[in-house]
Design a protein around this ligand. Structure first.
Ligand SMILES: Cc1cc2nc3c(=O)[nH]c(=O)nc-3n(C[C@H](O)[C@H](O)[C@H](O)COP(=O)(O)OP(=O)(O)OC[C@H]3O[C@@H](n4cnc5c(N)ncnc54)[C@H](O)[C@@H]3O)c2cc1C
Length: 314
């Protein structure tokens, strides 16, 4: 009898949880998928399911989704997918992909406005065709322009804060917020922004010579191909560089190149990359990270901080 009552109670809770998810995505015009595995949405090819994944079609659709998610008191996570490790039980609440927000517009004064879901490679291609210089530093970064703002993505040639003029955000209540670059606190691989979804970015570029811009981009892509494991799934660099040092050098010096747990392996090409050799789980990656961090802390006295974002339930 007691068991039956508990089962009924659990079922009632599940039905209520499902209703709240349905209310959060009600009327969203873009694709909505319940219990959607996130593997295919991440560059690591790892990740359990999202309770619900939504792909709003425009800014208004994003506002509808954020407002309704807020009203249902559900968590909302924006997924670009190239700097995250989604744990094996996936993400509770609403996951948003901006894959449909892909417009790029030109404005006077060498300014480009890119919707949040535009990929950096597409944006760089556009800038090259218009002979606009200033984004060469980002050659080879696979994330969305919005994800690159949030992470203040960068390379040894520069970082996002050098290029951003302003950012458009949809707040959790569905309001539009305009954020000039001066109001954003950009730090090493992070930026402090008002809460919400970054739906657009204005980039201040400058008139350049197309062949020169193209050459810098090509050279940097070649450098990446020569030094990074780009043929296997990964999420880019796992650790932030310690002050005046490089995380890759530290991990290599500690002897971890080629070390693996399951199908997760410290790349033999670049020690700050963990690659998925086929069927790595998030638990494999996390166990490998733990191993690397704890031995380096113990033996070298260096506390490696994660650049990778770890999200979801184990
Ligand atoms: C092969 C490879 C090479 C890489 N090289 C570099 C490199 O050289 N330099 C570098 O900095 N990074 C690099 N990265 C990592 C990654 O591309 C960047 O960190 C990028 O900025 C992440 O963008 P994303 O859209 O994939 O966001 P995600 O990785 O999905 O998200 C990162 C964080 O930003 C948040 N976020 C994403 N989009 C939004 C949005 N629209 N609104 C609000 N929050 C949002 C997410 O919720 C999450 O907290 C590399 C990755 C790979 C796979």
């Amino acid at each position: 009898m007691k068991h039956r009552m508990q089962t009924d109670g659990t079922q009632v809770r599940l039905v209520r949880a499902q209703r709240r998810l349905e209310s959060a995505v009600a009327g969203v015009l873009g694709a909505v998928r319940f219990n959607e595995p996130l593997k295919e949405y991440t560059s690591f090819h790892i990740g359990g399911p999202a309770d619900v994944l939504a792909e709003p079609v425009d800014v208004e659709d994003v506002a509808r989704l954020t407002k309704q998610t807020y009203e249902q008191a559900l968590p909302l996570f924006v997924l670009g997918g190239t700097n995250v490790l989604v744990r094996d039980k996936g993400i509770r609440g609403v996951v948003v992909s901006l894959a449909k927000l892909r417009a790029i517009k030109e404005e006077p004064g060498s300014v480009l406005y890119a919707e949040g879901g535009v990929g950096m490679p597409t944006l760089i291609g556009h800038a090259i065709r218009r002979s606009l210089a200033g984004l060469e530093w980002a050659a080879g970064i696979p994330g969305t322009v919005a994800g690159c703002v949030v992470m203040n993505a960068g390379t040894r040639l520069g970082e996002m804060k050098d290029s951003v003029k302003a950012v458009r955000i949809v707040s959790p209540k569905g309001e539009l917020i305009h954020c000039p670059a001066e109001s954003i606190d950009f730090r090493y691989r992070r930026a402090t922004l008002p809460p919400g979804v970054v739906v657009g970015v204005w980039l201040q570029l400058r008139a350049g010579v197309r062949s020169d811009i193209e050459q810098i981009v090509k050279d940097y892509l070649r450098y990446r191909r020569d030094t990074q494991p780009l043929t296997l799934p990964s999420a880019g660099c796992v650790f932030k560089n310690p002050l005046n040092d490089s995380a890759g050098r530290v991990v290599e010096a500690a002897g971890f190149k080629g070390t693996s747990v399951g199908d997760a392996r410290v790349s033999t090409r670049h020690a700050n990359f963990i690659v998925n050799q086929g069927h790595a789980s998030a638990a494999d990656v996390l166990s490998l990270i733990k191993k690397v961090r704890s031995r380096i802390a113990r033996k070298m006295g260096i506390k490696l901080e994660l650049e990778l974002k770890i999200v979801g339930e184990a």
